[in-house]
Design a protein around this ligand. Structure first.
Ligand code: DAH
Length: 356
């Protein structure tokens, strides 16, 4: 084969090489130890001096040409690869970052917010009180004097005795905030009190810390009809049913007279409770007309003022609304549970936008 033909063949193959690996294989086959050009170099030794000079120069020229062509092709391939990457990995840095929210809103927070929305719409404001209460606000002022039997039902957490013999308690209900509000605000009063409460009890539906919502209205002429209407409106909005059946059942609490427990109708299909349909009943709260002694302890004249109140378990109605079977899991901080029962962050419940 003539040197010209060899040159033409190699350069053609170099031009056609599609990637760096093919190029490297070509380099080896031409310029490697046993390559086509290297083989020809070996034959120089047996030539006459003149002939060798000429052939050697021609071979060196060819060698340089081939090496140059390979280097050129190599950088062309590299550049093309870079161009392709730049085109395919293009990012628009002016686009907004869309990160995936990771956390969820706890059902207690969600229901708390839903309840505040509903009662807020009815003209109620949110009141608060301390978790550590004195005996007066938690019991005595609520018409439960020291030897009152209802005190025993509360499974109270007591603090150590003070020098004067009195003992503070972890509040067993949100009702003491009724007294605190009456003592600090002028009627008319319309408040709800969402908050933590504490009792020494633990099973599937009880935890030592739980949440209640208290409601209190004090005015010169408010009556049982207002209470029934407001609680019915609340249930419609909270459970998202148009015509729930409500049952106001005579009951007894020391701080109300008369007292009623309120039930809502429900059905149990396939072990799942459904609120607002069916012929079964579920108790959801306690309520009544505020006892005159309570109004008096709140610094108001029961001849002039009357009122109504209610109290319900926030966790309990969260379980009912969202079908959560075990209360203890609420407070175990298990991320799998939170992922399952939690609510999307930034999706704040509103009456206009939907509560759940
Ligand atoms: N404080 C009561 C409890 O913890 C609940 C309750 C019942 C509150 C009736 C009220 C009420 O305001 O009127 O069991």
């Amino acid at each position: 084969m003539s040197l010209e033909t060899l040159e033409r063949d190699i350069l053609k193959e170099v031009a056609a090489a599609h990637d760096e690996a093919a190029l490297e294989a070509l380099r080896v086959s031409a310029l490697g130890k046993k390559g086509s050009i290297s083989e020809r170099m070996k034959s120089l030794g047996s030539m006459a001096p003149d002939e060798r000079k000429q052939a050697g120069a021609a071979l060196n020229l060819l060698k340089d040409k081939v090496a140059g062509a390979i280097a050129e092709r190599k950088s062309a391939l590299q550049e093309a690869a870079l161009e392709q990457r730049l085109a395919s990995e293009k990012v628009d840095v002016t686009l907004p970052v869309r990160s995936q929210p990771q956390g969820t809103i706890h059902p207690v927070s969600q229901v708390w917010e839903e309840i505040v929305q509903i009662w807020g719409d009815l003209g109620f404001s949110v009141a608060e009180g301390p978790h550590i209460e004195d005996d007066f606000h938690n019991f005595t002022a609520l018409n439960m004097p020291p030897e009152h039997p209802a005190r025993q039902e509360h499974d109270t957490f007591y603090f150590n005795e003070k020098p004067d013999g009195s003992r503070m308690v972890l509040r067993t209900h949100t009702s003491p905030v009724q007294i605190r509000t009456m003592l600090s605000e002028k009627p008319p009063i319309r408040i709800i009190v969402p908050g933590r409460t504490f009792r020494c009890d633990s099973d599937q539906t009880h935890t030592p810390m739980f949440h209640q919502i208290e409601g209190l209205v004090i005015d010169e002429n408010t009556h049982l009809g207002h209470l029934k209407w407001a609680l019915t409106e609340f249930c419609k909005a909270f459970f998202e049913v148009d015509e729930p059946k409500m049952r106001f059942r005579a009951s007894h609490f020391p701080f109300t007279e008369p007292s009623m427990e309120v039930d809502i109708n429900c059905s149990w299909e396939g072990g799942q409770v459904k609120i607002g349909t069916g012929d079964s009943w579920l108790e959801i709260l306690g309520s009544g007309m505020v006892h005159p002694n309570v109004i008096r302890h709140g610094g108001l004249d029961p001849e002039k003022y009357q009122g109504w109140a209610f109290g319900m378990g926030l966790d309990r109605i969260a379980m009912l609304k969202y079908g959560i079977p075990d209360l203890r899991a609420f407070f175990e901080a298990d991320l799998r549970w939170l992922k399952h029962y939690g609510f999307r962050a930034l999706q704040v419940p509103t009456l206009a936008g939907g509560l759940s």
